[in-house]
Design a protein around this ligand. Sequence first.
Ligand SMILES: NC(=O)C1=CN([C@@H]2O[C@H](COP(=O)(O)OP(=O)(O)OC[C@H]3O[C@@H](n4cnc5c(N)ncnc54)[C@H](O)[C@@H]3O)[C@@H](O)[C@H]2O)C=CC1
Ligand SMILES: O=C(O)CCC(=O)C(=O)O
Length: 444
Amino acid sequence: MNAVQVVENLKQRFPNEPEYIQAVSQVLGTIEEEYNKHPEFDKANLIERLCIPDRVIEFRVSWVDDKGNVRTNMGYRVQHNNVIGPYKGGLRFHQSVNLGILKFLAFEQTFKNSLTTLPMGGAKGGSDFSPRGKSDAEVMRFCQAFMSELYRHIGADVDVPAGDIGVGGREVAYMFGMYKKLTHEWSGILTGKGIQFGGSLIRPEATGYGNVYFLVNMLNTRGIDIKGKTVLVSGSGNVAQYTIEKCIELGAKVVTCSDSDGYIYDPDGITREKLDYIMELKNIERGRIREYAEKYNVKYVEGAKPWFEKADIALPSATQNEINEEAAKALVANGVIAVSEGANMPTTPEAIKIFQDAKILYSPGKAANAGGVAVSGLEMSQNSERLSWSREEVDAKLHSIMNNIHENCVKYGTEPDGYINYVKGANIAGFLKVAKAMMAQGIV
Ligand SMILES: NC(=O)C1=CN([C@@H]2O[C@H](COP(=O)(O)OP(=O)(O)OC[C@H]3O[C@@H](n4cnc5c(N)ncnc54)[C@H](O)[C@@H]3O)[C@@H](O)[C@H]2O)C=CC1
Ligand SMILES: O=C(O)CCC(=O)C(=O)O
C-alpha cells in the first residue's frame, strides 16, 4: 500500500469531502508500515474496503414548525464497517452537517470502537437540522420525522445510534419513542437513553470522564500529577461539562469553556457551583456561554477560541479542526504539557505536527474520547441481559477500558527515543483488530 496514492485516489472519487480525506490520510500515514508487513492485506485490497463505507443512507426529513410552515432537512446514516459488531456511533444535528463530515466521523468511529475492546462496528449519522432556537415541540416533531425513515435501517443487532453534537437525552428520548411506536417493540436500538427506560448510569459522564482518565494515564508516563494544573476546555456541551466535572474532582483548575459564539476566561477556575450554573444554562435554559461572564463578572471573548490563554493542559471538547497551526504554536509557546481530545478530530494535521515535534503529550480523539461509546457498549450489554449495573460498576469498567486503550497506544506507539506517538499507537491498535476480522470474513 502506498498511503499517498490511496488518499489521492479517494480524493478524486470523493472530491467534496475534505474532512473525510483528512481523517483517512491521518490514519493511512501511520499504519502504512504495519500494513505492508502483511502482503495478504494488499492482495485482498483491504485498504479500499476499509476506507469506503459499507453503506450510506440519505433521506429527506419533512416536519412542521410552530408557525405551520413545512420544513425539509437532509438525514443521513453512514454505516461504515460492521466486522467486529453491529454498526455503532452517534447522530449529529447541526447546520454544518454534510456527507463528508459524517463519513469522517464514521471512519474514525470504526477504529475507536475497535480500541474499546467491545464488539461494535463503526457508523455515524445525523442531519443539517439545528435544535438551536427551536421549541421542544419542534425538536420532537423533527426527531419523529427523522426516525420515521431511520427506523428501517437500525436494530439492536444491526445498527445502534446515540448522541453527538446537538443530540442529547431529549433528542434520543424522542427518537426512541417514535421507534417504539413504529415497530411496536421495545428494543435497545439507541444508547444514551434516559435512566428510566434502559439508559446506563455514567453514560452522560463517560466521554468527559474517560478523557480525563486517559489524560491521567498520559501524565503518569512522565510522573506528573493533574492536581493543581490549569486547564483550557473548549465547548460547554455534554463532553465539556463532564470533563470539567472530573478535572474539578481531581484538583485541577479549569479556566475556560466556550460555545460557537465565543469563550469565557475565569482566572479563579470553574467551581462545582459555577459548573452547576453552566449545566442549567446549557441543558435546560439552552442559553449562551456569554451569560456566565455576565453572572460571574469574568472575561468573555466573542468570536474566538480559548487556545491563546496560558495553561498546562488543553482539552478540546467542541468540534473538528478547532485547533489550527497558530493555536498549536501559542499553546506550545505558553508551556502546555498535554493535549487530549474530547472532540473528534479537533486538531488540524499541521497543529498535530507542532505538538509532536515539541514532544508534548498529545492523544487523538479516537483513543481519548472512546469512553463515551464504550459506555454505550455497556448500555447495550445491560439492555441485552435486562439488568442495570451500579454507578461504581460502570465507572470501574470505563476506567479499566481507558487504561487498556492507553496501554495499547504505548505498545504500538512508542518510538525509539521513548516518545509515545499516541496517534500511531491508536491507529495501529484499532486497525489490526478490524483488519484481522475482515481477512477472516472473506471478500464481502
Ligand atoms: N457526546 C459524546 O458522547 C461524544 C462526543 N464526541 C465529540 O465531542 C464533541 C462535542 O460533542 P458533545 O459535547 O456531545 O456535543 P454538544 O452538542 O453537547 O456540545 C457541543 C459544544 O460544542 C460547541 N460547538 C459546536 N460546534 C461548534 C463550532 N463550529 N465552533 C465552536 N463551538 C462549537 C457547542 O456550542 C457546544 O458547546 C464533538 O466533536 C463530538 O463528536 C466524541 C465522543 C463521544
Ligand atoms: O455512544 C455512541 O454510540 C456514539 C459516541 C460517538 O458518537 C463518538 O464516539 O463520537
